[in-house]
Design a protein around this ligand. Structure first.
Ligand code: EPZ
Length: 444
């Protein structure tokens, strides 16, 4: 006798039960999807707006939990923040506190980005060691070494609070030559923003080259900062005395766009993405092309993906312009139903394979050892209840659910909501069958 189990009913229906996504897979997608502003640019630029003693208007701000958290953090520092639609007005004329609250910093790594601007504006900053996605140890040693090289005194106080101050004899951070052992995105952002108002010239060697670094540099330059070389591995910043008011629009999110390209590929669909900066997606497009997908650029800011046969490829994650670690999990879902065997090597974060067990629950054949995963392509995935373990893992499970036969239930949506702006309504508009179910509301 076959026992039919309704997956949704197998969950405990306690009042604390969090919302989940229910996806009916195997629907073809079609049409166009609007790509939101880049989360990792927006967060860094919001933190950098602390540098400005004037009004900052930021446009194309995505609607995300992490953006709300960064707004709360700025408000806790005494900054005025007002949001209307996709526009955020920030006024940091008065910063009333140099201490970032633990409750926010412990939940979002990007909040550590305030350390450079706070130190620059106030000469002192107390910021707890950061939290965020559990994808590796994620130290901040390079950030702190950079600030020390610029003359800051840095200590870790009890309770894991980083206390940094500028010695009173100089009053300002001093320009320095800084070589980063790794091209860390976070350390590059921190040193670059701290250097905008420092005395003299700062040179960052082996700097991160990610598009979000360039966006942050462009934002700072529009405020009057002097930065050259952003987007290369050597960035030079000449300190200025003051930054002025700015009206700035954030670049489109290359990782959201890449996730939709994977959604198109895995469902063998024909969809367009707009607006995008195709150049930012080159490593992702190149991989999809070598897997057999057909992608064309339409105009300067639109991409179209068309159905193709999916073949195995090997992937190694690398700093930009290499293949982005943030696309590793969605690509693993895609490779799990591609023909042949693929190897993924994750070289950026040491614990970013927690989605493997969940994809295997859906019928994938993936074995991970250390920082390598062997993916043996299977003909199809089957719907299952799965748990998101971090932000990009949650995206991988959603795209896997779109391709799987039957019903997939994705739990752990608090991860998804940190980084994907209205993903279910965007997918619904493309024709996907999925809905967010709030068990508490469903019961009442
Ligand atoms: C940024 O993280 C992004 N986060 C990440 O996106 C992204 O995966 C990562 O860059 C790489 O592109 C934000 O922008 C908020 P790193 P970040 O400093 O700045 C080591 C997402 O899903 N390291 O370039 O933390 C570190 O442990 C997120 O949106 C040190 O050893 O990345 C890692 O192994 C997740 N010491 C490597 O460098 C340091 O002081 C790269 O980290 C700093 C970093």
């Amino acid at each position: 006798m076959t026992i039919k189990i309704n997956i949704a009913e197998t969950r405990t229906k306690s009042s604390e039960e969090p919302p989940f996504l229910e996806i009916q897979g195997r629907k073809k997608l079609s049409g166009e999807v609007k790509i939101s502003g880049a989360k990792n640019s927006a967060l860094a630029i919001m933190a950098a707006s602390l540098l400005c003693q004037d009004d900052c208007r930021l446009r194309n701000i995505p609607s995300l939990v992490d953006i709300n958290r960064m707004s709360q953090l700025l408000q806790a520092l005494g900054v005025k923040v007002h949001r209307q639609g996709e526009t955020l007005d920030i006024n940091a004329i008065n910063i009333s506190s140099s201490q970032a609250p633990y409750e926010i910093v412990s939940r979002m790594r990007a909040s550590f980005d305030v350390i450079g601007p706070l130190l620059t504006r106030l000469g002192v900053a107390r910021v707890p060691l950061p939290g965020g996605c559990a994808i590796g140890a994620r130290p901040v040693d390079l950030y702190l070494q950079g600030l020390q090289a610029m003359g800051a005194s840095v200590q870790i106080e009890s309770g894991g609070i980083v206390y940094a101050c500028v010695p009173s004899k100089s009053g300002r951070l001093q320009g320095a030559e800084i070589y980063l052992n790794k091209p860390s995105v976070g350390a590059t952002k921190t040193i670059m923003t701290a250097a905008t108002l420092a005395e003299g010239e700062t040179k960052i060697e082996n700097a991160a080259q990610e598009p979000e670094i360039v966006d942050l540099a462009n934002f700072c330059c529009q405020m009057g900062a002097k930065i050259s070389g952003a987007g290369t591995n050597t960035i030079v910043i000449s300190g200025v005395d003051r930054l002025q008011s700015v009206d700035y629009s954030i670049i489109p999110d290359r990782i959201e766009a890449g996730t939709f390209l994977v959604a198109g590929a895995i469902t063998h669909s024909d969809i367009s993405l707009y607006p995008v900066i195709p150049e930012h997606l080159m490593p992702v497009i190149a991989k999809l092309n070598s897997m057999g997908c057909r992608i064309i650029t339409e105009g300067s800011d639109r991409l179209r993906i068309m159905p193709g046969n999916l073949k195995a490829v090997d992937i190694e994650t690398l700093p930009y312009p290499g293949f982005p670690t943030d696309m590793q999990a969605p690509f693993m879902a895609l490779l799990s139903i591609s023909e042949g065997n693929s190897i993924i090597s994750e070289t950026i974060f040491e614990n970013r394979f927690r989605h493997v067990a969940e994809l295997n629950r859906m019928g994938a054949d993936i074995r991970a050892k250390g920082n390598h995963a062997l993916i043996r392509g299977v003909p199809k995935l089957a719907g299952a209840p799965v748990m998101a373990t971090d932000l990009r893992a949650s995206a991988a499970l959603v795209v896997a659910g779109l391709a799987a036969e039957g019903t997939t239930i994705v739990q752990g949506l608090h991860h998804l909501d940190r980084g994907y702006d209205n993903i279910e309504s965007k997918l619904q508009k493309l024709g996907a069958s999925l809905q967010r179910i709030n068990p508490v509301q469903a019961k009442n």
